[in-house]
Design a protein around this ligand. Structure first.
Ligand SMILES: NC(=O)c1ccc[n+]([C@@H]2O[C@H](COP(=O)([O-])OP(=O)(O)OC[C@H]3O[C@@H](n4cnc5c(N)ncnc54)[C@H](O)[C@@H]3O)[C@@H](O)[C@H]2O)c1
Length: 322
């Protein structure tokens, strides 16, 4: 079985939310080197503060992972063995720049496949998204659930997955696809394009009413970000994942209304919740079947939603004060 120890890693989108936690996880697990390429669209240098303080073997490139020449130069210079592909632009970008939201996912996947075909690096662990499934046609949703992406972001994620799978089929490239459901935790972007937990936390702390789009009955399956980072590492270190798509979730469904009410209660907010019209193309129901991750790589989430949410909300409170 491959080991991360001593390997040279490239993380696309490594200054983002999940990418920065993955950076911490891989460095702590003894990676030879972690190189990051991030254009800092939503990434932040402060997400990498701990890693920069604690490790010498971290290299950061502020550049565009779509660009083949740039990526080739970085992969050669840093003698990369493994790429974890996490760069993307958040789902909400679909409403502002639909083509951009779609193409960033496909273009980066294409660039990485070019480099793999050239033999520039050996292994690709690619991050998909549960959004590729669209709303649950059955629940919990296993990896055979049909793909029915409803936004350009999700169409880009599904397209990238299909492209990578096709290259695996034809060329036998060493790659695996991880399909996370909704992630949450410290460092998730709370500004423009923010997801519901950081957005609600920020609004309450700024004296604004929390917002629910639609009825609030939409459900999601939440997984804590350090669990996700650990699962990415486990997926690399187990060759049974190659050619597979693997869900990463908790198997627990929570409604947006229940979630927002929990955040309100945690911050002792007893004002009104503002209801707005539903978001276009919003997925109504998501809940992961978690069996494949468990049987294939022995992965089970370790952080309960209660503990993870508490840590997350405390973190936003502290970072808001500083
Ligand atoms: N956060 C979630 O709930 C969630 C759920 C399912 C899947 N995912 C997937 O996990 C991965 C990471 O998501 P995240 O939540 O950390 O998002 P994020 O926005 O925090 O991180 C993505 C990073 O990619 C960078 N980036 C964007 N375009 C780039 C480009 N052209 N070149 C280089 N860097 C670029 C951004 O600056 C950002 O730092 C993505 O593939 C996403 O689709 C996330």
């Amino acid at each position: 079985m491959p080991s991360i120890a001593g390997k040279n890693i490239l993380i696309t989108g490594g200054a983002g939310f999940i990418g920065s936690h993955l950076t911490d996880t891989l460095l702590a697990a003894g990676a030879g080197k972690v190189a990051i390429i991030d254009n800092f669209f939503l990434g932040k240098m402060e997400n990498l503060a701990d890693a920069r303080k604690n490790y010498q073997n971290l290299v950061i490139y502020r550049d565009d992972a779509r660009d083949l020449g740039t990526m080739r130069a970085i992969v050669r210079k840093e003698q990369i063995d493994v790429v974890f592909n996490l760069a993307t632009i958040a789902l909400n970008y679909s409403f502002f720049n639909p083509f951009g939201a779609y193409s960033v996912n496909v273009d980066i996947a294409e660039t990485l496949l070019h480099l793999m075909q050239e033999g520039a690096f050996t292994t690709l662990i690619h991050s998909s998204s549960s959004e590729a499934y669209g709303s649950a046609q059955f629940s919990p949703m296993d990896e055979n659930h049909p793909l029915h992406p409803t936004t350009p972001y999700a169409a880009g994620k599904a397209s990238a997955d299909l492209l990578i799978q096709s290259f695996y089929n034809v060329l036998g490239l060493d790659c695996a696809i991880i399909r996370p459901f909704n992630n949450y935790g410290p460092r998730q972007n709370d500004q423009a394009l923010a997801a519901i937990i950081p957005l609600t936390a920020r609004r309450i702390m700024h004296g604004e009413r929390p917002v629910l789009e639609g009825s609030g009955e939409q459900t999601r399956d939440f997984i804590f970000v350090r669990d996700t980072a650990r699962a990415f590492l486990m997926a690399y270190e187990n060759e049974k994942t190659r050619g597979q798509i693997i869900n990463l979730g908790s198997g627990i469904e929570i409604s947006m209304k229940a979630l927002v009410e929990e955040i309100c209660a945690y911050y002792h907010y007893d004002g009104e919740i503002e209801y707005r019209p539903p978001r276009p193309a919003d997925v109504q129901r998501l809940c992961a079947a978690t069996g494949l991750a468990e049987t294939l790589i022995g992965f089970k989430p370790q952080v309960s939603f209660q503990d993870g949410l508490r840590e997350t909300l405390d973190w936003y409170q502290k970072s808001n004060k500083s």
